[in-house]
Write a protein that binds this ligand. Structure first.
Ligand code: WT7
Length: 649
């Protein structure tokens, strides 16, 4: 097999922070003596009281405990804002590009950012928010989202961002889940030329038992909104009542910085808890090295702050490094499929980081949308969220990067806080489709799926686990440490289990093959099949549902739902649409099934467990690969499902 590899160009290598030799020696140091390595690298942030202890970690199931820099104190907002004032007060911290290209972009300097964050922090205090309280942020991609995050960090409140595309129910569940005292939202949010009624959604979410939750509302569009008397406050009015001066709270390294809900294979989404000190060190270090960020560069990560990518690589990593970070309110296809490249040209973007699903969608629109723009400022391209197919990789490389820009395919997770497996662009020869090699301090292992035995040969295939901790690792599931242990440390003892399958090639490169659990990856967003199922069965006409992923050209994976109706209900086209809209309404647009197949029965074992393996194969049209069906309670349901699949029923 011939495999194309792309070594770093001599030019790139010469200017890079890390070349191949440095990578090798630093990596070795990071695993030989993690304490010394991280004690040194933790100096990249400012500590109020320096730590004396670096790492205190136990991965043993039943005793899992993860602490980094545990006796150090710091303030994350002071690290992301105040400490840059001496040297970069007039430098742009955030470039904000609005949804509509006809509206003006904003250039927010570090001085401006300091003022806004201080004001927001004082507003939070005036609304009764104290250190340790939870604040839910349900905002579009506007600068106030950054102010809100940093304001929480400044006073030691814990933020939990809920992606603005989530439904009122999903929002309500998260507000309750972390017992938030305040929701920060906007009136309405323009995106791709359409508007989402965020404040209305908040009103619906807070209707029930949470009606003492306050709401701070940013006026984005000026649209009319319904007000909850005594509980709702306009940000622009409150901001005028307070000063911009708010001294940063001295926080412990292990105090939670934020909670971010993410889907798992079972049950409701879990609140991933990240720390202050370790998280910030890791986010900042990966932002600098993975993207080879240099002072003065313009960095653009296209994610939404509602996902971890936005936390680490729009806000915390770049701002801790004193970078200029671009925040984009819109979508890649509005007003047309050239928007990303128009923004790159307009703001002279140097590093551009996006998801394979966006690239596939844009690639399908043709090269003419790229070719009209001057992309000469681009130095590096990155991807995240799902495996990138070589076709999309090549298009990114040839058409967007014009063969000039290294591509970093970064593998990580909400749980990991930052990149774990990724090329370093001045050091690593890349191979299209491989996330390549571990970041400093990260020790990936490939385990045999069944036995859990570590495969020591270089060439290996199995499940991906990590041997030891890194500073950016999540610390617990909010309010449920047992679930944390059960999810990540129980099945494969002594390791952090990622939930992904992978292959390691003869060069030691890692190729992520996708989730091995009941989680599906739709357009780089994680969706639990159980969540979609419980939304479906909540519909009065649905008796039972089973959801699996199937290959989808643009989204990577699509959502395929098998639905058994209540006796007497007719399987009509209208009902199919009704159920799709229902899920959209219950969870949000990202959870909407792509295909619904009527299932008179589901393949179950005699003990009643649904055999998803079979459902996956049927969804993939691989009827010959169903495997053993003899243990089914009623093997004939399989024939019926296949027949329905072929008749598109
Ligand atoms: C899952 C994590 C981390 C930010 C975005 C998603 C998949 C992520 C890659 C990649 C192949 C990838 C994995 C992982 N994934 N990056 N470069 N190559 N797969 O965060 O929602 O926590 O999802 O996304 O399956 O487990 P997330």
């Amino acid at each position: 097999m011939t495999e194309t590899t792309y070594p770093p160009s001599a030019d790139f290598k010469a200017k890079a922070h890390i070349d191949a030799d440095t990578y090798a020696s630093m990596y070795k140091a990071s695993v030989d003596d993690p304490d010394a390595f991280w004690a040194d690298h933790a100096k990249r942030i400012d500590w109020i009281k320096p730590f004396t202890k670096v790492k205190d970690v136990n991965f043993k199931f039943g005793e899992v405990s993860i602490k980094w820099f545990e006796d150090g104190t710091l303030n994350v907002a002071a690290n992301c804002v105040d400490r840059h004032l001496a040297t970069r007060a007039d430098q742009t911290a955030i470039i904000w590009e609005p949804d509509d290209p006809k509206d003006d972009a904003l250039h927010i300097t570090y001085r401006d950012l300091h003022e806004q964050v201080g004001r927001m922090a004082n507003v939070l205090k005036s609304l009764g928010i104290k250190r340790g309280d939870r604040v839910v942020i349900y905002l579009p991609m506007i600068p106030e989202a950054a102010y809100a995050m940093l304001a929480c960090a400044r006073i030691g409140a814990i933020h939990s961002i809920v992606f603005a595309g989530f439904s009122p129910d999903a929002l309500g569940a998260r507000v309750n889940g972390c017992d938030a005292k305040l929701v920060i939202t906007a009136d309405t949010a323009p995106r791709g030329g359409r508007k989402t009624k965020l404040k209305d959604n908040v009103n619906q979410a807070l209707l029930h038992d949470t009606d003492d939750v306050k709401c701070l509302v940013v006026r984005r569009t000026g649209d009319q909104v319904a007000w909850r008397r005594d509980l709702d406050f306009w940000w622009h009015e409150e901001a005028e009542k307070v000063s911009a001066d708010c001294p940063p709270e001295e926080m412990n390294a292990e105090d939670p910085l934020f909670i971010l809900y993410t889907s798992g294979s079972t049950g409701q989404p879990k609140g991933v808890v990240h720390s202050s000190g370790g998280y910030l060190v890791f986010a900042a270090m990966t932002q600098q090295y993975t993207f080879d960020y240099h002072d003065g560069d313009i960095f653009w990560c296209t994610a939404d702050v509602g996902w971890v990518t936005g936390h680490s690589y729009i806000i915390y990593g770049p701002l801790a490094n004193g970078a200029t970070t671009l925040m984009f309110e819109g979508v890649p296809t509005y007003p047309d499929a050239g928007r990303f490249w128009a923004v790159c040209e307009k703001h002279r973007v140097n590093q551009f980081y996006t998801a394979p699903t966006a690239l596939r969608a844009l690639m399908g629109q043709g090269n003419s949308f790229v070719e009209g723009y001057d992309l000469s400022s681009l130095k590096l391209l990155g991807t995240v969220g799902e495996p990138i197919n070589p076709e999309a990789w090549n298009w990114y490389n040839d058409v967007v990067g014009q063969g000039r820009c290294p591509i970093v395919d970064t593998w990580w997770q909400t749980e990991t806080g930052g990149h774990l497996i990724t090329p370093l662009p001045g050091a690593t020869a890349t191979k299209p489709g491989s996330a390549t090699l571990p970041f400093f301090g990260v020790q990936p292992v490939v385990l045999e799926t069944e036995s859990g035995k570590e495969i020591t040969e270089t060439e290996a295939s199995g499940v991906l686990a990590i041997k030891d901790s890194w500073p950016g690792q999540m610390r617990t599931v909010w309010g449920d440490h047992d679930r944390f242990q059960a999810t990540y440390f129980q099945q494969y003892k002594g390791y952090y289990f990622s939930g992904d399958g992978c292959r390691r090639d003869a060069d030691g490169y890692y190729w992520i093959t996708g989730r091995v659990d009941d989680v599906i990856n739709v357009s780089g967003h994680r969706m639990g099949t159980a969540e979609v199922e419980s939304a479906l069965v909540a519909h009065a006409k649905v008796a039972e549902a089973a959801v699996v992923g199937y290959p989808h050209d643009i989204k990577g994976q699509g959502i395929y739902a098998y639905v058994t109706l209540m006796t007497g209900e007719d399987p009509t086209e209208e009902l199919r649409k009704e159920l799709s809209d229902w899920v959209r309404h219950e969870i949000g647009p990202i959870a909407k099934p792509d295909l619904i197949q009527w299932a008179p029965g589901l393949p179950k074992t005699r003990s009643g467990k649904i055999m998803r393996r079979i459902l996956r194969k049927i969804a993939e049209n691989e009827f010959d690969a169903l495997g053993d069906t003899s243990t089914l309670a009623d093997p004939s349901v399989v024939d019926q499902l296949i027949e329905n699949r072929m008749n598109k029923g």
